[in-house]
Each structure stands twice: as C-alpha cells, then as structure tokens.
Design a protein around this ligand. Structure first.
Ligand SMILES: [Zn+2]
Length: 159
C-alpha cells in the first residue's frame, strides 16, 4: 500500500453516504455530526479539510475550501468529487473504512489464525489497519466494490 491520498475532506450530514464511498476510494475523510454551519466551517479551517456538502451557505462561507455537491444522487456526487481531483488521485481500498487510517501490508503468515481459515487458504495478500487492527483482503466484497467503482467512474471526464 502507498502513503495514502493527501487530500483531506470533511463530510457533513448532507453527504454522509458519499463520505463512505470517498473513503473507499482512498480519500482522507472525516465526518462532522453537527448541522451548525459556523461550527462546520470552523472545524474545516482548523483541520485544513475541504468541506463536502449540499449546504450552499456553508460552501459560500468556505469558498474554495469547500465542494458544493450539485446533485442529490450518490453516483453523480462521487463523479463530481473525483473529477475535481482526477481519477488518478484515487487509491481505492487503501484506508480502513472504520477509522480512516492508511492500511499497511502484512505478511500472509502473520494473519494465520487471525482470519477465517478459508480466507487464509484462498488469499495471498493481506493488509492491516495500524489503528484498529482490522484485517483486510481482496475477497468477494472487494470484487463487487471494484466493479461498482469502475461502473461509476467510467463516466468521469478525465477517466
Ligand atoms: Zn481501522
């Protein structure tokens, strides 16, 4: 795995589902639970994150430090954000989808007994989250998600 994408995003409640996808694509995504525009703006500035939102007043307040989502549809939203940074900026499955940390490669023998036996028997590459310790491998879920990502990003302008 690489160093992870350096692009830092702050996702508010108007874009929660999108945030999950952006993290799968490898973006550094944190969530903010409040709906208070001035609080979100302050957190975005203090943490150096671009706010991703459907809330126009927040985007106007933050200017270029924000991304105002044009569509209410998830797939359009994914494409909008990816087109801003370029598809090459994406590093799918490079982060823990629970805690946002960049995953680290781990030798197969080190996961023996820590993942289901059939998974161990049928996979050779594993990664681990250095923060929460979850193990990752490229199983059927990964295959389905990769297919979905290709379908969605197939419509990107710079793809
Ligand atoms: Zn984790």
């Amino acid at each position: 795995m690489g160093e992870g994408i350096a692009i830092k995003l702050l996702v508010d409640r108007t874009a929660g589902r999108l945030g999950r996808w952006l993290r799968i694509l490898g973006f550094d995504v944190e969530y903010v639970a409040t709906c208070d525009v001035s609080v979100i703006a302050r957190i975005a500035r203090q943490t150096g994150r671009k706010a991703v939102t459907r809330t126009r007043s927040l985007a106007e307040r933050l200017g270029t430090d924000s991304i105002l989502l044009e569509s209410e549809h998830l797939e359009d939203q994914i494409r909008q954000v990816v087109e801003i940074f370029g598809r090459d900026a994406c590093e799918p499955f490079s982060r823990c989808n629970i805690c946002n940390a960049v995953l680290e490669d781990i030798a197969k023998e080190e996961v023996k007994g820590r993942v289901p036996q059939y998974v161990y028997d049928t996979h050779d590459e594993f990664a681990v989250c250095p923060v929460c310790g979850r193990y990752y491998w490229r199983g059927t879920h990964w295959q389905e998600m990769t297919k979905r990502i290709d379908e969605i990003l197939g419509g990107c302008q710079d793809a």
